[in-house]
Design a protein around this ligand. Structure first.
Ligand code: RUQ
Ligand code: CUA
Length: 661
């Protein structure tokens, strides 16, 4: 009784405290206290040497995925995913525009949070990265041979696609959820917001993955009560076949959530037995519903993306799968949910909780068998808290968000409000160590920390607020990632490095797993692009009505054709540029003066197309934008645009000779 009162008081104090500081955090007193003396040696990767890990870091509001080398923290690449990228024409070239198609039209931006690597037996297999778009719900797949986004699947009936894109033990499914419950697409959503409780639902999506090609397919969705499903993780090992979600706002508030969704002492963990759901599906449960969603694929032989709209999906309701869904009470406004390498311990982090509850998979199974339920909500059994609980980590810190694991039985939890990382032992739940983060840590990532066999060694903190860590750059500062050595008993800070966008989750892959599988260039002979020109001999200009197709080649240091005349106002010109180099790391760029479009950056052996609708007459230079050779500056040409109805014939120059068409 007494402890309960104390806890209540603590929670009230905590909410007041968080309200006062606006849910941001204080600067830890001694930010450099655990700085490793030999940090420089441990993070120095000498010129010409490679990093040990590829670190795949979500771009957050940038919509992209950034690759850093660890331990150096060097930025290696930004892969455009959900946001257009003028730098290489992603979303601007004719070939890549379809990748950003959705049922709403072309969406040029999103908010990407949680990259996850494909797995075999609960370990990374180095094939693909999956990442979620929060705002217009989508899942993207990135190929780790080309570091290119090759697939995009929109999710119907969803909003705030946050508890995604999590991968089951053998990449059977990518699982995604609904942070903002909404009326599903298959009913008329034009309802009063005050009808939240009747009309708003969460939908959880199971996306199957072709084991050979990686192609995603929306397999089925679960319609669950209209709470806010925040984060999730698959079971592993003994809990493989289950999926766990946190949800907050069990109050089902739809206004002033910061107060109204913090009323209940406990919210829920939703445990989903998807193996059993598969049986129900086979037995014919579920119904086909009408909805629209896009599926976009990038073909790396054609170098062209195609977009298809699907019109229906299968939805299972609670009555269909009542024996597959269970709620477990969880203190208080939980955020992250993470499963330890053995699959037995399920760690849920309550943003307003004073403890970290650790649930036991075995105890959950026993509770289900023995029907240790403390009630039902909307037809879903609520397992008794004590019956599912393994134990609680006492006084861990303030504002717990996320947990990852090392190979030695330790857990590391990030605390946003108290700005620290806390290391604790999974078995005895004792706090072992803490290290300040500067400041307001969100996610953290242990090398392999979400697998059955973590690599350990390093942990990276992805902090929200940077303040005085780097040279100031006006009102907006770079976000700060911090590399921490976790090989010893004490955590030691090794390095700060700035990151793009706002990193949320990140994963890291040993470099040796993929570095020698990289595509160095595309085979020109296999290029199946409909407008390819495989040699200068195939370069040409073709008029079809008021559309002009330019089949152009680029090779050091020439573009062919390089002079084009006979384009008229009112024409639409497509420059199909084939980079006919067959050598690693020789891209050519392409840009035209005044074009209200971006540039192209074309890889060796690839064809990409830039659309140009000239708006005035005159001479328009075009040129290669990538300094590719000593004579790069000579890689240029002219297009002449004449008035409509003029007498200028279509002509172009190849090898200094003018070809009249
Ligand atoms: S969420 S901290 Cu997507 Cu925790 Cu970022
Ligand atoms: Cu090609 Cu510069």
């Amino acid at each position: 009784m007494k402890t309960q009162r104390n806890e209540k008081q603590l929670v009230i104090t905590l909410i007041m405290f968080m309200t006062i500081v606006g849910l941001s955090s204080c600067r830890p007193k001694s930010a450099t206290s655990a700085f490793s003396e030999d940090a420089a040696v441990k993070t120095y990767v000498a010129p010409g040497n490679y990093d040990e890990f590829y670190n795949f870091v979500s771009g957050g509001f940038s919509g992209q995925l950034a690759i850093y080398g660890l331990p150096s923290g060097r930025l290696l690449k930004v892969i455009p995913v959900f946001s257009v990228n003028a730098e290489n024409g992603w979303g601007f070239s004719e070939e890549t525009k379809p990748m950003l198609h959705t049922s709403f039209g072309e969406v040029p931006w999103d908010d990407s949070h949680h990259p996850n690597l494909s797995m075999t037996n609960g370990e990374y297999d180095g094939r693909w990265v999956f990442i979620n778009a929060n705002n217009t719900p989508r899942i993207a797949r990135i190929d780790l041979k080309s570091f290119k986004t090759v697939e995009m699947l929109e999710l119907p009936n969803s909003a705030g696609n946050h508890p995604s894109a999590y991968v089951t033990e053998n990449t059977e499914y990518i699982v995604a959820g609904t942070r903002f419950s909404v009326p599903p697409d298959y009913i008329d959503g034009d309802v009063p917001i005050t009808s939240y409780k009747e009309n708003f639902k969460g939908h959880i999506s199971f996306i199957s993955v072709d084991p050979l090609t990686g192609e995603m397919k929306l397999s089925f969705q679960l319609a669950v009560p209209g709470f806010n499903y925040d984060l999730s993780h698959p079971g592993k090992g003994k809990s493989h076949g289950w999926f766990f979600f946190t949800c907050y706002n069990s109050e089902q508030a739809h206004t002033h959530l910061e107060v109204n969704a913090s009323q209940n002492d406990k919210d829920f963990v939703l445990a989903v037995n998807w193996k059993k759901i598969e049986e129900h599906l086979k037995a014919g449960k579920g119904e086909k519903v009408k909805c629209r969603y896009a599926h976009n694929m990038y073909d790396e032989k054609m170098h062209v993306a195609t977009s298809k709209i699907f019109e229906e999906t299968t939805v299972l309701n609670i009555e269909d799968v009542k024996d597959c869904l269970y709620y477990i009470p969880c203190p208080k406004s939980p955020h992250g949910i993470d499963i330890d390498p053995s699959g037995e311990y399920i760690v849920a982090s309550g943003k307003l909780a004073t403890v970290i509850p650790v649930f036991s998979f075995d105890k959950i199974q026993k509770a289900i068998q023995e029907k240790s339920f403390e009630g039902e909500t909307e037809g879903i059994h609520i397992i008794n808290y004590e019956a599912a609980l393994y134990g609680e980590v006492q006084n861990p810190g303030l504002g717990a968000l996320h947990t990852e694991f090392d190979e030695k039985g330790n857990a590391y939890t990030s605390f946003f409000v108290s700005s620290e990382i806390v290391k604790w032992n999974i078995k005895d739940l004792q706090v072992l160590d803490r290290i300040p983060s500067t400041y307001s840590i969100g996610h953290l990532s242990v090398m392999g920390g979400d697998t059955k066999k973590p690599y350990g060694k390093y942990l990276v903190a992805y902090n929200k607020i940077t303040k005085d860590r780097f040279l100031p750059t006006g009102p907006e500062l770079a976000q700060c990632a911090q590399l921490i050595d976790i090989s010893g008993d004490k955590m030691k800070l090794l390095l700060d490095f700035p990151t793009i966008g706002e990193p949320h989750y990140a994963v890291a892959l040993p470099a040796n797993m993929i570095k020698d599988n990289q595509i160095q260039f595309y085979n020109l002979a296999e290029n199946k692009h409909p407008y390819v020109a495989r040699s200068q001999k195939e370069a040409k200009v073709v008029r079809e009505g008021n559309v002009v197709h330019v089949y152009m080649t680029a090779i050091r240091s020439h573009m062919a054709p390089d002079n084009i005349e006979g384009i008229m106002l009112g024409d639409t010109v497509y420059f199909h540029l084939t980079n006919i180099e067959q050598e690693w790391d020789i891209p050519h760029g392409f840009a035209v003066k005044g074009n209200t479009n971006a540039e192209l950056l074309v890889m060796p052996g690839e064809t990409q197309t830039l659309k140009w609708v000239p708006g005035r007459t005159g001479i328009f230079p075009f040129y290669c934008t990538d300094f590719c050779s000593a004579l790069h500056q000579e890689m240029q040409g002219y297009a002449r645009v004449s008035a409509q109805g003029n007498k200028v014939p279509l002509s172009y120059t190849l090898d200094d000779k003018t070809t009249d068409k």
